[in-house]
Design a protein around this ligand. Structure first.
Ligand SMILES: C[S@@+](CC[C@H](N)C(=O)[O-])C[C@H]1O[C@@H](n2cnc3c(N)ncnc32)[C@H](O)[C@@H]1O
Ligand code: SF4
Length: 453
């Protein structure tokens, strides 16, 4: 957030520097190479008996690449690389599982990507069986998958049902043909509705739909039309992400027509329109960009932030399997090689595929907690931090006092032990979270993040 006092949310949005999405703290661009396979293995082996875990499996393949996509994925025409990759994931899972305490309990499984639905029905069943064989998965565990609805068929739905899928996250982004042309993703409403129907018909309890604003040719009226079509599908959750345009890092985004991108103020207007329509339709705002029906767990339980965004998952340990996957352990983060070839070579060599990560210092943990408060609660509570971190929370409390002193009253409201953000400040929350980020403050020149709104 700029130090000079802004007057309006639009002014802040227009002048805002790029800031991280804070799906972790420190963010992955601050990971280093000291976290090796041996360090990672030592961390896994030190987990206490009875540890509760979450599993993330990355499937870095899609049938074709959407120009805007910031995920670690690649387009595949043949299926052989996908099958070979699954063998590497099975080998990695076996190695990781042998290091875990025998009585661990997996409470959440997330299949992400890329597009996990690219797996054949037999591969989906085999992946579920492989995980169940190697890990102790709780009978009531949440099993979630990210799904591209284009070409999604009944056999795939039935395979996901067979592995116990409870939650599906489906990509839409925008239904406007001009936007779809500009982003390289043509997707009909009928095929999307069909995928939702198939998943629900197979017992999937919670369906999330992803939208993106800030895409080329998007207007406030256009995103409203897309949202009306999405609401007809009665999703349990909607995620509305601001488009992160980083063409210097992502070659595929150089195909996006930059002249057609909405500016900061237009992005803010689109985000607000989405929030207004969803509120009027009975959805509860969760964090900065998620919405859920009042009956959905995202609206009723405490929010947390992890690499998939907002979650109700409160398990302290996340095990990431597959290329580019990040594990979060009590000692720090460990990330696998991002290139599928390098990942598979490291697994074939007999070890883990860890290439980078970050060992937590005590300052990291208190800052991570402050950032999670702002991102999830849209508020800062010094009492909450003091209860967990003692005197280490003092520095965070003084940052919060500076925020209260500098920010305009239409954005930040003081509370007894901190502040809360107003409804209009919600899309700007990452700017406030960034004030607690020591790495960003130490090296603002290294900012290579998404637009703040
Ligand atoms: C793994 S994909 C979703 C599943 C599936 N592959 C699909 O496309 O339908 C994850 C989601 O990230 C979001 N996303 C991808 N690239 C983005 C970007 N550059 N900026 C903002 N959101 C992005 C999209 O909403 C997308 O649906
Ligand atoms: S948005 Fe989904 S389908 Fe498109 S490239 Fe990204 S992961 Fe693949």
């Amino acid at each position: 957030m700029p130090e000079a006092e802004p007057t309006m949310p639009e002014t802040v949005a227009a002048a805002a520097p790029p800031v991280p999405r804070y799906t972790s703290y420190p963010t992955a661009n601050h990971f280093g190479t000291r976290v090796t396979p041996a360090v990672h293995a030592g961390w896994l082996a030190a987990l206490p008996a009875g540890s509760a875990l979450s599993l993330y499996v990355h499937v870095p393949f899609c049938r074709a690449l959407c120009f805007y996509c910031g995920c670690t994925t690649q387009a595949v025409r043949r299926h052989a690389p996908v099958a070979a990759y699954l063998d590497a994931v099975a080998a990695e899972a076996g190695r990781v599982a042998r290091l875990l305490p025998a009585d661990h309990e997996v409470r959440h499984v997330h299949l992400g990507g890329g597009s996990p639905d690219i797996l054949t029905p037999a591969e989906i069943r085999a992946l579920g069986a492989m995980l169940a064989e190697r890990f102790r998965i709780a009978p009531a565990a949440e099993i979630a998958a990210e799904i591209d609805p284009r070409g999604f068929g009944p056999e795939t739905a039935s395979a996901f049902a067979a592995i116990g899928l409870t939650r599906a996250s489906i990509g839409v982004q925008d239904f406007d043909p001009a936007v779809q042309q500009a982003i390289g993703r043509v997707q009909g409403m009928e095929e999307t509705a069909r995928a939702v129907g198939l998943l629900r018909g197979h017992g999937v309890r919670s369906v999330n739909i992803d939208l993106v604003y800030g895409l080329p040719h998007q207007t406030e009226a256009g995103v409203a039309r897309t949202l009306e079509a999405v609401l007809a599908l009665a999703p349990d959750r909607v995620a509305a992400f601001g488009y992160a345009h980083l063409p210097s890092r992502l070659a595929r985004q150089r195909l996006i027509p930059e002249a057609a991108l909405p500016d900061g103020a237009a992005r803010l207007a689109q985000a607000r329109r989405i929030a207004t329509i969803l509120a009027a339709s009975g959805y509860v705002a969760c964090g900065i960009d998620h919405f859920a029906l009042p009956s959905d767990a995202l609206a009723t339980r405490k929010l947390h932030r992890n690499f998939q965004g907002y979650t109700t998952d409160d398990t302290p340990v996340l095990i990431g399997l597959g290329a580019s996957a990040i594990s979060r352990l009590p000692q720090g983060y460990a990330q696998n090689a991002a290139l599928t070839r390098e990942y598979a070579d490291m697994i074939a060599a007999g070890g883990l595929a860890t290439v980078r990560g970050h060992a937590f210092g005590s300052d990291d943990l208190v800052r991570a907690a402050a950032i999670e408060q702002v991102m999830c609660d849209l508020a800062f509570s010094a009492d909450g931090l003091h209860a967990r971190f003692g005197r280490a929370a003092d520095a965070m409390a003084s940052i919060a006092r500076r925020i209260v002193a500098q920010a305009p009253a239409d954005l930040v409201v003081p509370t007894a032990d901190g502040f809360r953000l107003t409804a209009v400040a919600r899309p700007l929350a990452r700017l406030f979270a960034a004030r607690f980020d020591a790495y960003l403050l130490a090296d603002p020149a290294a900012r290579r993040h998404a637009p703040a709104v």
